[in-house]
Design a protein around this ligand. Structure first.
Ligand SMILES: *Cc1c(COP(=O)(O)O)cnc(C)c1O
Length: 428
């Protein structure tokens, strides 16, 4: 697989190099120089998730990694289901939250862990990442127990729900967690400063494992095929996907699936009040505003870092931009949508509810709508219970961690504290 830096096409990388480096020169994103359609999609749709995903990933990566290696990486990463649940006659939810940390980020996080542990074999790597919730948990679980890789996760103290925090602070071993006295931006700033510090970056072989890593994106392509495969055969040419979007990795993966030949009629980019993309799709003007805190906090992003990849697919003529519309849903309508789903017998959480709402606003009679369930409702228990007035049962993964003690350390939001922590904890 050949990738190029979207900010400097002369900066090329193999899949392995792009996984290791994350970003290219000038903070540019790596993206495949070419995406060839897959032959015989119908046969692919008859296969089970793991076998089908192995073929898709091998098609994308090419012969750079041995076939048996990719097979085993996918089998280990995708060890949970993605059921398509019928909500009304023509609307389904693709539930992506049945992995170990109950959010769709398990797909990308687990595949990335497999890739990185293979690609950096024998070499020590330190993953340093800041989280406001779902990413930290997915990355921590995915890398837990993997040899030669240490993970350091920074999170804003007291600003993540206690259960969400327990999902990644109770693991121990090679997973190191730090509560930072500051907000999420302060955590992210500390990570950036560490990446600018050559002594730390090169000495500890830092990798950020964030959503711009190409391996995470490729893994996510696979569940769009899984959704269409579960549709009744007559409906497979009618699928419209509504994607609850923050950094737009999820939507980018969906568009790649369509370019590979998966029959998807069109996409709806659903956002909360952080509506940079829906506004851009109407006005053609890229005008991010200050980020607004909402109930769907995993989508509180006003400068989505994967958008240049979608733009590149449009510019290269691989994706017709008229097949993408945007829809921003405010806080009131998020709640309206959650209650509407409740009356249909489907308990959901704010992120998925936003995509459901966006779908119902434009779905036509000859279309079948699929909205993506990106997190388990129990992950947003307080919000869901407040809006729906009904108790939410905790799934086993959350019950298991609820009673465990947090192993997180604590630091002030200054770089000297982080640096001395890194050397004390990970130095030889
Ligand atoms: C990360 C996340 C999103 C946003 O996904 P992107 O790929 O960043 O657009 C949506 N919902 C939930 C629950 C998430 O954790």
């Amino acid at each position: 697989m050949e990738l190029e830096n979207l900010k400097d096409a002369s900066d090329k990388a193999s899949f392995a190099q792009a996984v290791k480096k994350g970003l290219g020169k000038h903070q540019g994103l790596y993206f495949p120089t070419n995406i060839q359609p897959i032959d015989n999609i119908d046969a692919l749709l008859e296969m089970p998730l793991v076998a089908r995903s192995q073929l898709i990933i091998k098609h994308l990566i090419g012969d750079e990694l041995a076939s048996e290696l990719v097979d085993s990486m996918i089998a280990q990463a995708f060890n949970f289901d993605a059921p398509l649940v019928k909500v009304t006659d023509n609307i389904y939810c693709l539930e992506l939250f049945h992995g170990p940390t109950l959010a769709f980020k398990d797909f990308g996080g687990r595949f990335m862990a497999q890739c990185l542990s293979h690609i950096s074999k024998g070499e020590k790597v330190t993953i340093l990442t800041a989280t406001s919730g779902d990413t930290g948990a997915a990355v921590a679980h995915a890398f837990h127990g993997i040899e030669n890789i240490d993970v350091v996760i920074l999170f804003p103290k007291g600003k993540i729900s206690p259960l969400q925090e327990k999902l990644f602070t109770t693991l121990g071993d090679n997973i190191h967690t730090l509560a930072v006295n500051g907000d999420f931006d302060a955590c992210q700033q500390l990570v950036k400063t560490a990446f600018d510090d050559a002594q730390v970056r090169d000495g500890m072989h830092l990798n950020s494992a964030n959503s711009i890593n190409i391996s995470r994106l490729l893994a996510q392509v696979c569940y769009y095929f899984e959704a269409v495969a579960q549709l009744p055969e007559d409906d497979r040419q009618k699928a419209v996907f509504a994607v609850p979007s923050g950094n737009f990795g999820n939507l980018t993966a969906g568009i790649i699936a369509k370019i590979l030949g998966l029959p998807i009629k069109r996409f709806i980019a659903a956002t909360n009040l952080n509506d940079t993309v829906p506004r851009y799709l109407v006005t053609g003007e890229w005008a991010p505003k200050a980020t607004i805190a909402t109930m769907s906090n995993a989508m509180d992003v006003s400068q989505p870092n994967n958008w240049p990849r979608i733009e590149a697919l449009i510019e290269k003529g691989l994706f017709d931009k008229t097949l993408l519309s945007g829809e921003a849903i405010d806080e009131d309508y998020t709640q309206v949508a959650m209650r509407k789903l409740q009356t249909l017998g489907y308990v959901s959480e704010p992120h998925a509810a936003i995509s459901y709402r966006a779908l119902t606003k434009s779905l036509q009679a000859n279309e079948v709508g699929i909205f993506l369930g990106t997190a388990h409702p129990a992950k947003f228990r307080e919000t869901v219970e407040n809006v729906l007035g009904q108790p939410i049962q905790l799934p086993k993964a959350l019950v298991d961690v609820a009673g465990k003690a947090s192993l997180a350390g604590e630091i002030d939001a200054d770089y000297a504290s982080l640096k001395s922590y890194l050397f004390e904890t990970l130095g030889d």
